[in-house]
Ligand binder design. Sequence first.
Ligand code: PLP
Length: 425
Amino acid sequence: MSDPIEDFDRRHVWHPFTQSLTAPAPMVAVAGQGANILTKDGETILDLISSWWVNLHGHAHPAIAAAIAAQASTLEQVIFADFTHAPAAHLAQRLAALLPKDLDRVFFSDNGSTAVEVALKIALQYFANQGQERRRLLAFDGGYHGDTVGAMSLGRSSGFFRAWEDLLFPVDVLPFPASWWQDEAVDSKEDEALAALDRALDESVAAVLIEPLVQGASGMRMCRPSFLRALAERTAQAGALLIFDEVMTGFGRTGSLFACLKAGVTPDLLCLSKGLTGGFLPMGATVAREPIHQAFLDERIDRAFLHGHSYTANPLGCAAGLASLDLLTGPACQAQISRIEAIHSERLKALPSGRARHLRVTGTIAALEIGDTGYGGAEGKKLKAFFRQHGMLVRPLGSTLYFLPPYCIPEPDLHRAWDVLTSAL
Ligand SMILES: *Cc1c(COP(=O)(O)O)cnc(C)c1O
């Protein structure tokens, strides 16, 4: 009897970010193990993108799986208004302890997009609660913040949202000083971005939102930590709130636990998701500086933050988050992260010159430009197929090829990935 998975999928499943008419049939994953995905056909595929940037410690990691199983047979879910529970309280405390001082108040939601929507709504209501007319929002060119309408509005320059452009609310988009190794124009790009910021910042601005250090979806575009410090200084001076979208950069990706720590900047609001549960369960968190939370405390109900999700602070997600943080802050993980960064840098330097441009590394993320542009462009498709032949998963973003592996990737496997790239070039 033939296996019905492919047939049922073809007839009933709608896949994300996929043109199903022309895309190859999806592979059928049956198990995950370390940095590998195992398929129904007995193939082992090296996951060089951490399954859309969520996985930190490897697939099906036994410690996280056990934490979820134990929690599931104790308390699987409970309404989070009127109740709290140990996994949520502990996770909020752990996050606050790891983040810069003052980022103390954690609001849980379901994914990266909702973490951003929550930050946005908190920022706007924070000023409204104090009778201040601050409604304008600033974001950066190339920023991607999720697929809900508020997040789309803030990420409108990403080009993914043309079908809904008329619905998006206005956001002022500033130039992002994307840079790379030996980029001689970096200072002038930063000056230009800061000048645009100065022109845009006034008393009508509620918040400035940025993906700190690395813009993910628009092609792993990296900026210098010093730019974030200048941005933070100007934003604070103008009395606006600074929001860091660390949905992708959080939990060790940039080499530090969080990009804000690496940059030495404390934002007013910080968005987390993706790595929050180690890649096991969907969950988001928005962390606010305590004075922001204070502005919502009042006798009147309409001064409260009237926002929530059915599964807010789901105990299974929180348990996974705690187990993942144990691994992340344990003895092995920082060494794994440093080792990935060292291999990335060494192998990038050794690439044959010519075809690869704009080489760059931040922590566990390495990226470069090859060939033409556009999401799903021809060059990217060829590269993806080439890696696939070698049992490896990559998803080029337009002309950008990047590696963003789980931290547990064995050294020889990471070298193999760079060997395949070298021969592709
Ligand atoms: C992926 C991503 C989001 C959206 O997260 P989802 O969980 O896909 O909704 C938001 N911001 C950044 C920086 C992201 O990389």
